[in-house]
Design a protein around this ligand. Structure first.
Ligand code: PLP
Length: 364
């Protein structure tokens, strides 16, 4: 079968175990045991869990999104949720509008179903927000799906609700489904822009998980919230690939959901602690343009005068011991994504090393 491999994921998996100061990650570190309060009984394989996931978790999510259980599907992370949405929504030859720069999974998924990717630019000069007229001009009868992230990976830009509403309405008038991956939205403080696009139309499906903000990637606990008809198709697919969801992970996720309000501020505190250090460094370098994120643990920056950053990232890693993500993985040569979830002294050290790597790269 021909498809576009998800090269960034291969890179990320390898880098996680490489030597050097790790500034390549976009997900939080695992939370301490005390924050989640696991119980021995969570480790039982025969505990309460229906084949489509723990009913307590479905009920918790239904309540959070103010909807019914028929609008909730549990799956292995937002990655699988995104996969299932594409598979249920698209046929070969359909068009899918995908934001750019953007998370490359959305391109690989299109290639799996032989759908055509149409780029929706999110430009730095526009604060990485899409232009609504440009978006409308891309719509035609073959566009079956629009894919966005909010917060935006890689910039972490927040989409204002009014702009999102215009996108959803225009897509709806065209008979087009909108997928919004909201896996980063809880980096915002509660009530400060953390709306869900699910509320904006019945042509919307949103995906998320306990990975990025909560550091629980290992649980592989994700979900999709969307129109019941689409989700019914996703459940048909789940029958083919997932006879059951991992019981222990469902139990632990239940515990995490119960304690989510204690877990959520951890990522926010980390951003507020480390961002001033990152900003000071970025402001001190006239050769860097960057986007100031409203939250999150990553910085998206452009190195002026460098058109490709793949080699720069290699120099940074091999010669200066700091690991960052080259923009090439996000269709953006010349850019870097730099994570700052590590402790403050390591952030300073890592950025100093990155600065030296940039200087070295520019002079040789
Ligand atoms: C936009 C986006 N969605 C999904 C994922 C993967 O998340 P999960 O662990 O929930 O599958 C990532 C990881 O980088 C991401 O950036």
């Amino acid at each position: 079968m021909d498809f576009e491999p998800f090269q960034y994921m291969r890179f990320a998996k390898r880098l996680e175990y490489a030597d050097g100061i790790f500034m390549a990650g976009s997900g939080m570190n695992r939370p301490g045991r005390d924050l989640i309060a696991w119980k021995e009984s969570d480790l039982r394989l025969d505990s309460l869990c229906s084949n489509y996931g723990d009913p307590r978790n479905i009920a918790w999510l239904a309540e959070k999104y103010g909807t019914g259980g028929e609008h909730v599907v549990l799956c292995a992370g937002s990655s699988e949720a995104n996969f299932l949405v594409y598979m249920a929504a698209l046929n070969a030859g359909d068009k899918v509008i995908v934001e750019s720069p953007g998370y490359p999974q959305f391109r690989s998924l299109a290639s799996l179903v032989n759908a055509e990717v149409v780029d929706l630019p999110r430009r730095p000069e526009n604060g990485f927000l899409p232009d609504i007229n440009e978006f409308k001009a891309l719509l035609d009868e073959n566009v079956r799906l629009v894919v966005l992230t909010n917060l935006h990976n890689p910039s972490m830009a927040h989409m204002p609700i009014e702009l999102m509403r215009q996108i959803v309405d225009a897509a709806g008038a065209n008979g087009t489904l909108v997928l919004v991956d909201e896996v980063y939205i809880d980096h915002l403080r509660p009530g400060e822009g953390d709306y869900t696009t699910f509320d904006l139309g019945d042509n919307v499906v949103v995906t998320s998980s306990l990975t990025k903000v909560y550091g629980l990637s290992g649980l592989r606990f994700g979900w999709a919230i969307g129109p019941a008809r689409l989700l019914a198709g996703m459940l048909d697919l789940i029958d083919i690939v997932d006879p059951e969801l991992p019981t222990i992970a469902q139990n632990m996720a239940h515990r995490a959901l119960e304690n989510l309000s204690r877990l959520r501020p951890v990522a926010r505190r980390l951003h507020e602690q480390n961002w001033p250090i990152v900003k000071e460094w970025a402001d001190s370098r006239p050769d860097i343009d960057y986007f100031e994120p409203p939250g999150g643990i990553t910085l998206w920056l452009r190195v002026k005068g460098i058109d490709e950053t793949g080699n720069l990232a290699t120099v940074a890693r091999n010669d200066y011991g700091v690991l960052v993500v080259p923009g090439e993985y996000f269709q953006s040569p010349g850019w870097l994504r730099v994570g700052y979830k590590i402790e403050p002294n390591s952030v300073r050290d890592g950025l100093t090393r990155l600065g030296k790597a940039i200087d070295d790269f520019k002079t040789h």
